[in-house]
Design a protein. Structure first.
Length: 277
């Protein structure tokens, strides 16, 4: 497959419009886009997606017991292992995004390159979210490193420098995978309070339960968009796209996966051990 040609010879980025897939397909699509970008066969790409069924994704190296998997599946939820690191995320009442880019993308597609530094690349991509969310009156800021992060099973119960916070509470959580000069970053923007189910689904006690009479609303360490502003999914996607446009000085061309790209996705899915729990 030849490198993507943009209309009128203009360099630019790609936007894959929102669609819903099963958990294994979602992870295979993200990894396929990363592989193809490494080969120069697809441009920097922003993708939005949903999950059917609602699912919990676990970080690549996160330990997960068979009892936990069984408990989740008994609730009718899907379970999958991400190719990226991090902790568990419930994909319900949220918008999932992925972005694939590289440190040499500007040579072919224009706009600034992604930093070869993991932390700086996080900051670049997070800045696009900061600009975009501010457009819908949701001011967010970068999270702070939390030394207890690895002690938490739930992504939204701990913070890192890769997260975005609203008034001190985590609203956007993300994780990365790097291959050569390219990277995949994907994550979740919380829309409603679905994450409140995580303690039960993972078999954990909430902090509120350990403090007699504590107000659980004060114990939550995450925020959700619906408690801040009322916007529909399309408006949220447009705001995020606006942020990427401003930060990366890019022009998006919108199109779905090609036949050749689906072939790579299917090849990755055939090796289910990559994602199975």
């Amino acid at each position: 497959m030849e490198p993507v040609k943009f209309p009128h010879g203009a360099a630019g980025f790609r936007l894959i419009p929102y669609d819903v897939f099963d958990p294994v397909t979602n992870m295979a699509i993200d990894e396929a886009l990363l592989e193809l970008h490494c080969q120069g066969k697809t441009p920097p790409t922003l993708r939005f997606y949903g999950w059917e069924p609602a699912s919990i994704s676990f970080g690549y190296s996160q330990r997960v017991s068979p009892d936990t998997v069984a408990r989740i599946k008994a609730q009718g939820l899907g379970v999958v292992r991400r190719p990226t690191g991090g902790r568990a995320v419930l994909h319900e009442g949220e918008l999932t995004y992925s972005f694939i880019g590289s440190s040499n993308q500007s040579e072919i597609y224009g706009g600034p390159p992604l930093s070869s530094s993991i932390q700086q690349a996080y900051k670049q991509i997070c800045q696009a979210f900061i600009v975009g969310l501010n457009r819908i009156d949701v001011p967010v800021e970068l999270g702070r490193a939390d030394s207890s992060y690895k002690n938490h099973e739930d992504c939204f119960e701990a913070t890192t420098l890769a997260d975005l916070h609203y008034q001190g509470k985590k609203l956007v959580g993300s994780a990365q995978l790097r291959r050569k000069e390219a990277l995949l970053q994907h994550g979740s923007v919380l829309i409603d309070q679905g994450q409140n189910r995580m303690a039960e689904l993972l078999g954990l006690k909430t902090r509120a339960a350990t403090r007699e009479g504590a107000d659980s609303s004060q114990q939550k360490r995450h925020a959700c968009l619906n408690d801040i502003v009322q916007v529909d999914r399309t408006t949220l996607e447009e705001a995020i796209g606006y942020g990427f446009n401003k930060v990366f000085d890019c022009k998006f061309t919108v199109y779905d996966l090609s036949f050749e790209e689906w072939e790579v996705v299917d090849a990755l899915k055939s090796n289910l051990e990559r994602y199975r729990l």
